[in-house]
Design a protein around this ligand. Structure first.
Ligand SMILES: Cc1cc2nc3c(=O)[nH]c(=O)nc-3n(C[C@H](O)[C@H](O)[C@H](O)COP(=O)(O)OP(=O)(O)OC[C@H]3O[C@@H](n4cnc5c(N)ncnc54)[C@H](O)[C@@H]3O)c2cc1C
Ligand code: FES
Ligand code: FES
Length: 478
């Protein structure tokens, strides 16, 4: 069974839209069609948070609230969810939601342009936590920019939310859950003025679609892809949406490896990976913002193959592999063999990444560093990752990978050769630093000069050595 109707809960009713334009963003839908203009457009590329809305998803009879950037999410992705915009927060008697009252009481708004976005990010924080410390608050608003109030009054407003009372959404929760349950999962197929959109619910259905339409563009979180529409002002004509497939939203582990399904949001993975590789979690905490990580996937980060994709050096140094499938085959490929040249990969038409496997090392030391101009919501100038096993002061295993140093994310093979089976000493590290020039010839661009990149790469190697030698992290700000 398939349908061309997108159904979602909005204003306590099930909203239905037939044959929607698959390229219409939630932001345009809200502002232009619903005429709700509280939600603002700032950058149209996921970077300022002015367009933040909250999505409610039914998980095990509970509603999970996620802040997202409506400017880069397509309206079709609302299927089966609840949409909450800033206008929904005011209660029937006209009184403000506790988050809105706190912003008023603590003078959290001046010109007001960023305010609806901050309110929605704080609303999501309010719904998903029971108390709000500095870390939780800063993380919740890391994807929101304010250019006139400044952040202190907003943080004070957020702190005042501790000891909250149930809000109107808690009181109405059962009603909303019943409405969400009424939307039965269906495969979606839309054909709108020659734009095709498929949202299969199962891998079997996905494969049937791929077999007939190998030229479709895969869409996961859309945090890269949607920018073709919002920034390049082009259409994406044929889309196959993967994030509707719950079967691919999983994290499994056995003795040897962790397997992450392709539609698993980064936010879920970030919380999981901490117990195995804490530095992976640290890097992901600085990956975009909560709005981005709530929907973006690792599979999308790999397939888009940016030389500065943050998960890539980490996965390379951990020697991760990926499962690639099409309608009738499945292969497992080491990630180090996947990237061909700038943004070119081994993926052929009709092939998709179904999962990612990360080996579990028992006695290794894993370290990762991201150098960017800002701590939050910024892409790396250089990202480095080190996976080392040291036995009796000798380096018994070493895998090093860098992002931002070459047209593709890449292992530092020459540097590794010098280090492998050598003493773990300053002298060897200094020699290995020099060999990075054989591994990489970085470029100048707006993020960093080639000389800066090379110096950073060398220094990060030395920093890794110093941290291991002194058994101490040397980190600023995080
Ligand atoms: C504001 C902002 C901040 C960002 N910050 C960072 C950052 O700090 N670090 C970073 O690395 N990136 C960052 N990004 C980039 C982006 O968020 C990541 O690359 C993200 O992981 C992409 O995942 P996605 O699920 O959104 O992919 P999508 O946008 O849905 O897809 C990206 C590409 O991968 C393909 N694709 C997706 N899934 C699959 C699959 N399963 N199989 C085959 N092909 C597939 C799509 O066809 C498309 O070509 C940022 C983006 C924005 C807008
Ligand atoms: S408008 Fe800036 S993040 Fe959406
Ligand atoms: S209040 Fe003006 S940008 Fe934040």
């Amino acid at each position: 069974m398939s349908s061309n109707i997108i159904r979602f809960v909005f204003e306590n009713k099930i909203h239905e839209i037939k044959n929607l334009d698959p390229n219409e963003t939630i932001l345009n839908f809200i502002r232009l069609r619903l005429k709700k203009t509280g939600t603002k457009e700032g950058c149209a590329e996921g970077g300022c948070g002015a367009c933040t809305v909250v999505i409610g998803e039914l998980k095990k009879n509970n509603i999970v609230y996620k802040a997202i950037n409506s400017c880069i999410a397509f309206t079709t992705s609302l299927e089966g969810k609840q949409l909450l915009v800033v206008e929904d927060l005011m209660q029937k008697d006209g009184s403000l939601h506790p988050v809105q009252s706190a912003m008023v009481n603590f003078h959290g708004s001046q010109c007001g342009f960023c305010t609806p976005g901050f309110v929605m990010s704080l609303f999501s924080m309010y719904k998903n936590n029971t108390s709000y410390d500095k870390k939780t608050i800063e993380e919740s608003i890391s994807g929101n920019l304010c250019r006139c109030t400044g952040y202190r009054p907003i943080i004070d407003a957020a702190k005042s939310l501790n000891n909250k009372k149930p809000d109107q959404f808690k009181i109405n929760e059962k009603k909303t859950i019943n409405l969400l349950k009424k939307i039965r999962p269906e495969n979606i197929y839309i054909n709108n003025k020659n734009k095709k959109y498929f949202a299969p619910r199962t891998v079997i259905e996905l494969k049937k679609i791929i077999k007939k339409n190998p030229n479709l563009k895969f869409l996961s979180g859309g945090t890269d892809l949607a920018l073709i529409v919002t920034k390049q002002k082009k259409d994406i004509e044929n889309i196959i949406y993967l994030n509707s497939i719950d079967e691919l939203n999983y994290i499994k582990e056995n003795n040897k490896y962790i397997e992450i399904g392709a539609t698993t949001p980064l936010r879920k993975f970030e919380l999981f990976i901490k117990k195995y590789y804490p530095d992976f979690n640290t890097i992901l905490k600085r990956y975009g913002s909560i709005q981005i990580r709530n929907i973006a996937t690792i599979a999308g980060n790999i397939a888009t193959a940016s030389p500065i994709g943050d998960s890539l050096p980490l996965l390379l140094s951990l020697d991760a592999s990926i499962c690639i499938e099409n309608f009738n085959s499945k292969t497992i490929l080491s990630l180090k063999d996947f990237f061909i040249s700038y943004r070119k990969t081994k993926l052929k038409k009709g092939q998709f990444i179904s999962s990612i496997r990360i080996p579990i090392y028992k006695k290794n030391i894993f370290k990762a560093y991201k150098i960017s101009k800002r701590i939050d919501d910024d892409i790396s100038s250089v990202c480095a990752s080190f996976n080392v096993i040291i036995v009796n002061k000798r380096i018994k295993n070493i895998k090093i990978a860098y992002g931002g140093m070459a047209p593709i994310p890449k292992r530092a093979i020459h540097c590794e050769k010098i280090l492998l089976n050598s003493d773990f000493s300053e002298e060897v590290i200094l020699k290995a630093q020099i060999s990075l020039k054989t591994d990489f010839q970085p470029i100048n661009d707006m993020r960093a000069s080639k000389n800066y990149r090379m110096e950073i790469a060398k220094n990060l190697l030395f920093k890794c050595f110093t941290e291991i030698k002194n058994n101490k992290s040397i980190r600023l700000n995080y």
